[in-house]
Write a protein that binds this ligand. Structure first.
Ligand code: CNA
Length: 252
């Protein structure tokens, strides 16, 4: 293990130990080790091949539901089949032991909850359910596998994820509030290209970036890790495991 990496892990442990309030902000990169491709990694990211507005926007859905669902159901089904990896599990352990207040996630795959995280704010929605654009009736997501139309009124069904062109959901505004007064934000597996989430780090006093590729926040971060999310988070858990959680202990 390179010395510089080990030193950085020690610094990360120090930052977490001395921060009163620590949160994580995760993106698609935390789930690549569960087999779900992200959007912007060079060569493998979905947006290397497709224009997001054309395939994942609300206008695209309304204009051509068949094409919209042919494209999106493929990777959504990958999300629903995936299992949490060591990075999701590490965040759940950090929360349980009182080091982490919770996770703000841009992911729609539900893997933080599957790993045992209790406080998760899904700022881009989730793939658990869908609803009718005409009458609002809610369905489990599997309804989309059969048909895209509402059994009640025949309207078009849409998933409860945030599509390009949609307003932000309630969880986003809760996340903004939760972040106020945050000492340390761990940004994990996000390119920080998508607004308004890309501006959330400005609400935290300190930021640590754990991301394979550069982000716009690297220059302002206390620490930047280019290693995999699962490796860094597993090493953080190892370093903290014998220490009592300082702030939220007994709260979980
Ligand atoms: P992004 O823009 O695709 O960025 C992902 C980042 O993660 C890239 O910069 C990679 O370098 C980095 N990365 C990839 N693998 C790892 C790893 N193992 N360890 C550390 N870093 C890694 O994704 P963002 O989340 O920033 O963009 C927001 C979009 C992506 C949201 O709207 C999500 O809904 C959407 N998305 C979600 C999923 C999912 O739920 N799993 C999958 C794909 C896209």
């Amino acid at each position: 293990m390179p010395l510089q990496y080990l030193e950085q892990i020690q610094q990360l442990i120090h930052l977490v130990r001395h921060a009163g309030k620590v949160l994580a902000l995760t993106g698609a990169g935390i789930s690549t080790e569960s087999g779900i491709p992200d959007f912007r990694t060079k060569n493998t990211g979905l947006w290397e091949q497709f224009n997001p507005e054309e395939v994942a926007g609300i206008q695209a859905l309304k204009k051509d539901p068949q094409s919209f669902y042919r494209f999106n159901l493929q990777w959504w089904k990958d999300c629903l089949r995936a299992k949490p990896n060591a990075a999701h599990e590490a965040l759940a352990r950090l929360e349980k032991s009182g080091w982490l207040l919770g996770v703000i996630t841009q992911n729609i795959d539900g893997l933080h909850q599957a790993a045992g995280s209790q406080r998760v704010w899904e700022v881009h929605g989730n793939l658990r359910s869908c609803h009718c654009l005409a009458c609002g009736k809610e369905y489990a997501i599997k309804q989309l596998y059969q048909d895209f139309s509402c059994e009640q009124c025949g309207g078009l069904l849409r998933p409860n994820v945030v599509l390009f062109g949609d307003p932000m959901p309630r969880d986003y505004y809760i996340a903004e509030k939760v972040l106020s007064g945050c000492q340390l934000l761990l940004v994990i597996g996000s390119s920080l290209q998508v607004q308004p989430v890309a501006s959330l780090p400005s609400l935290s006093r300190q930021v640590v970036i754990i991301n394979r590729e550069p982000t716009p926040w690297d220059h302002d971060a206390e620490l930047v890790f280019r290693e995999s999310a699962s490796q860094v988070l597993a090493d953080l858990v190892k370093g903290l495991q014998d220490l009592p959680g300082p702030y939220f202990q007994g709260n979980s």
